[in-house]
Design a protein around this ligand. Structure first.
Ligand SMILES: *[C@@H]1O[C@H](CO)[C@@H](O)[C@H](O)[C@H]1NC(C)=O
Ligand SMILES: *[C@@H]1O[C@H](CO)[C@@H](O)[C@H](O)[C@H]1NC(C)=O
Ligand SMILES: *[C@@H]1O[C@H](CO)[C@@H](O)[C@H](O)[C@H]1NC(C)=O
Ligand SMILES: *[C@@H]1O[C@H](CO)[C@@H](O)[C@H](O)[C@H]1NC(C)=O
Ligand SMILES: *[C@@H]1O[C@H](CO)[C@@H](O)[C@H](O)[C@H]1NC(C)=O
Ligand SMILES: *[C@@H]1O[C@H](CO)[C@@H](O)[C@H](O)[C@H]1NC(C)=O
Length: 550
């Protein structure tokens, strides 16, 4: 959601205003000339549970040379936030261009076409504009959330592909210290010993490359979405990636304790992690733990290793795009469905309203716009081996610090490809098939002058069953949701208010305030010092409150 009265033209430098943004006003974004470029293809790469722990976002531990190389030729959005920090609601939101309150999906249990409205999706919009649209891996959330069909045939020209070896993902395939096989959280494997001798993301890369070869000669442009499964738990990945992260080089989160001012309703008890056999063996107490220090370091190590493995899959896919001569006519979007807490404020996994769970990488490459059009024979995305990689040799790309939302993707990708941009949704839009609650970020691509809207804000939300953490607090079913945490991220602040919610009527009771949180991000980037009750911030709280109620 973009709110602005004032525009800041900043070249390079960007500063927060250190105040609360002014009241929302409508705006239009103007994009110069991009529509004329004709029908560019789209390659949308979606990672699962990936926070921006990547070299191109300034992480100095993680080795991600291929994603960094993509970023070096792209617009890199450093403040991109999802609308709800869990898979199905987030994916449904950005693929329909609507917020969870409009898709009415806060859990995994309903299909928007039957439960909310018959909304046109991002791939469907491309399909009806003459594109061949294809889905590989986890794009829509599988199961009820996409009617057990990944929304085929509405969204896709061909039947979506799922890697067969995903069947073994949660099985007892991880070698434990006792030499036996377990369903562990930490699961570095010898791929040749795995059922089918492969891993899901490797199969997805192979299928995506096969599809690229097949559609290259078609007269229609394509929209290919590739949803990788990593770094989602279990951390099942080729064991050699562990060598990139010696345990002695690992550190804990900068703030591994649960902060005193954190309301109980804000805390997510990371139930999915507790279910894995290696974590069960630790006998961690519910709901607060903590996980032993050594195991915390291992979780971080394994997460980073899974990220580097993901990076090689993305790298192979991009290098194939290049080899097929498609890098000069394909928009590449790289993002994730949400982030993941790695021990920050004593929390793990997603399921919360903190930046660690809501902030995602967003990288958009537009040939001829974010990088010069490659000449025949030039390599744009040569595969980079993370084991050979020397850090800090590539540019960090065009950094965009404006606060943006994944709900903006629908309008942005449509505009970049020269399609009709879906109109803004009216206040009640359940009956409107094509509209969006996001805005096109097209103007961040105009090369001459990078306009930054320092007043932009992002809205997110998370549901809870109760004030105190219990076993379904991470992922309550719709009928058990009695509290909704609405959160606003501005340039300077994160403001969250937990209010009463009625799952039968979907009514929000803003007067029924269960808890509040206010963090000043500039000095408290991890959000550990809750300022909600501090008298001098009462005015700030009031203004954020008034936005939420709108
Ligand atoms: C929903 O929309 C699709 C096309 O987007 C259309 O084919 C279908 O008939 C619509 N269904 C209903 C119930 O309106
Ligand atoms: C969802 O799937 C069921 C079973 O295949 C089908 O009968 C129904 O029409 C589908 N819903 C929509 C909106 O297509
Ligand atoms: C581990 O840390 C040491 C000391 O800082 C450093 O020399 C080494 O390169 C690091 N290893 C890796 C794989 O990053
Ligand atoms: C803020 O004040 C309310 C009302 O006195 C209290 O219930 C709540 O625990 C306080 N929150 C924090 C974070 O101190
Ligand atoms: C697990 O922890 C509980 C309480 O902290 C304790 O009573 C129990 O004996 C522990 N079990 C094992 C197997 O260590
Ligand atoms: C992209 O490059 C390929 C191979 O070099 C060439 O055939 C094609 O015409 C180029 N496309 C555009 C839009 O320039």
């Amino acid at each position: 959601m973009l709110v602005c009265l004032i525009w800041y033209a900043c070249i390079g430098a960007f500063a927060c205003l250190h105040n609360v943004p002014s009241m929302p006003a409508s705006r239009t974004r103007v994009l110069n000339g991009l529509q004329e470029k004709g029908s560019l293809n789209v390659l949308l790469i979606v990672a699962d549970d990936l926070r921006p722990s990547l070299g191109c976002f300034g992480d100095t531990v993680v080795k991600s040379p291929n994603i960094d190389q993509l970023a070096s030729k792209s617009n890199v959005f450093h403040n991109a936030f999802v609308q709800q920090a869990v898979c199905a609601p987030s994916r449904t939101s950005f693929l329909t261009g609507r917020r969870p309150d409009t898709t009415r999906l806060y859990d995994f249990g309903s299909y928007w076409r039957e439960h909310a409205g018959n909304y046109t999706t991002l791939p469907q919009h491309f399909k009806s504009s003459g594109y061949i649209t294809m889905s590989v891996g986890k794009v829509f959330h599988p199961g009820i959330a996409s009617n057990h069909s990944d929304d085929y045939p509405y969204s896709w020209s061909t039947r979506p592909y799922h890697p067969s070896s995903y069947e073994y993902e949660k099985k007892k395939v991880c070698k434990g210290e006792d030499g036996k096989l377990h369903a562990n959280l930490l699961c570095p494997v010898d791929v040749s010993e795995m059922p089918e001798g492969t891993l899901p993301d490797m199969q997805s890369t192979e299928e995506a490359v096969r599809l690229l070869k097949a559609v290259k000669h078609e007269s229609h442009p394509f929209f290919l979405a590739v949803g990788y499964h990593k770094p989602h738990i279990p951390f099942r990945y080729p064991q050699e990636f562990l060598k990139l992260y010696p345990l002695e080089n690992m550190t804990l989160a900068p703030d591994p304790e649960i902060p005193k001012g954190m309301p109980t309703v804000a805390y997510n008890p990371w139930t999915d992690i507790r279910k894995r056999e290696d974590v069960q063996a630790l006998n961690v107490s519910f709901p607060y733990g903590p996980i032993p220090r050594d195991f915390q370091l291992q979780i971080r190590q394994n997460y980073f290793a899974a990220v580097s493995y993901l990076d090689t899959q993305a790298g192979q896919l991009l290098s194939a795009l290049d080899d097929l001569g498609l890098a000069n006519e394909t928009i590449v979007v790289f993002t994730s469905d949400h982030g993941w807490s790695l021990g920050e404020h004593g929390e793990w996994a997603k399921y919360s309203n903190f930046d660690v769970a809501l902030r995602v990488p967003l990288i958009i490459y537009v040939p001829g716009t974010t990088a010069p059009t490659p000449k025949p024979g030039d390599k744009t995305f040569p595969f980079l081996d993370p084991f050979q990689h020397t850090p800090d040799t590539v540019s960090k790309g065009t950094v965009v610090r404006e606060v943006v939302e994944l709900v903006d993707l629908f309008a942005t990708v449509s505009e970049l490809a020269g399609l009709t941009v879906p109109p803004p949704c009216p206040d009640s839009s359940f009956h409107v098939e094509l509209c969006t609650e996001g805005f096109s970020l097209g103007d961040t691509f105009s090369a001459s002058e990078l306009k930054i809207n320092a007043e932009a804000i992002a809205y997110s939300q998370y549901p809870r069953p109760t004030d105190l953490p219990q076993h379904d607090s991470d992922l309550p079913l719709l009928r058990d949701i009695h509290i909704m945490g609405y959160s606003i991220r501005s340039c300077d602040y994160r403001y969250t208010e937990w209010v009463g919610f009625d799952p039968a009527s979907f009514r929000v009771h803003f007067q029924d305030v269960h808890a509040g949180e206010l963090y000043f991000v500039a000095t408290d980037p991890n959000q550990d010092k809750n300022l909600y009750n501090i008298t001098e911030y009462a005015g700030v709280v009031q203004r954020f409150r008034s936005y939420l109620q709108k």
